[in-house]
Design a protein around this ligand. Structure first.
Ligand SMILES: [Zn+2]
Length: 157
């Protein structure tokens, strides 16, 4: 539905007849999605107020401090450096088409290493040390025909 008089456009993400969302996220809470106007996608981590360590995916308890209630949610920086990478030439059990690359990305601003897919270039061309930037976009289509939204890193050119 849209209200043209207010200049407002709302895009429905739902099939009107069966009430199934057109999109779904790979796992709730990993990143902010859908995005508000002007909002940048970011991975959602948490940080221990006692020792300052950051965890992605989130942990409910810091494995260093074991103190309840010390975790706060933080948005991670989107720029990272590839720590390691692997090219996969068989389909993933979840249905990601090969070849694709994944690996670990270091985010120096948050002092955290995250596991991620790589996108936007020949999978064989990702190498450790390369600078990458976060993107949030479809990674596959599930059995219900929904686009599954996930996070990936692209090369910074
Ligand atoms: Zn801690």
């Amino acid at each position: 539905m849209s209200d043209v008089s207010k200049g407002e456009i709302i895009i429905s993400r739902t099939y009107p007849t069966i009430g199934l969302d057109l999109e779904t996220v790979v796992q709730p809470g990993l990143f902010n999605y859908p995005l508000a106007n002007g909002e940048k996608a970011a991975l959602l981590a948490n940080r221990c107020r006692s020792c300052g360590r950051t965890f992605f995916p989130k942990r409910s308890l810091c494995p260093e401090c074991f103190v309840d209630g010390e975790m706060e949610e933080v948005k991670l920086d989107t720029r990272g450096i590839i720590y390691s990478t692997t090219v996969v030439t068989v389909p993933s059990p979840a249905g990601i088409k090969p070849p694709y690359a994944y690996g670990y990305v270091d985010l120096p601003a948050n002092n955290v290493r995250v596991f991620a897919l790589f996108a936007g270039a020949d999978p064989r061309t990702f190498v450790p040390g390369q600078e990458v930037d976060l993107v949030v976009e479809p990674i596959m289509v599930n059995k219900q025909g929904q686009k599954v939204i996930g996070y990936k890193f692209r090369k910074v050119l």
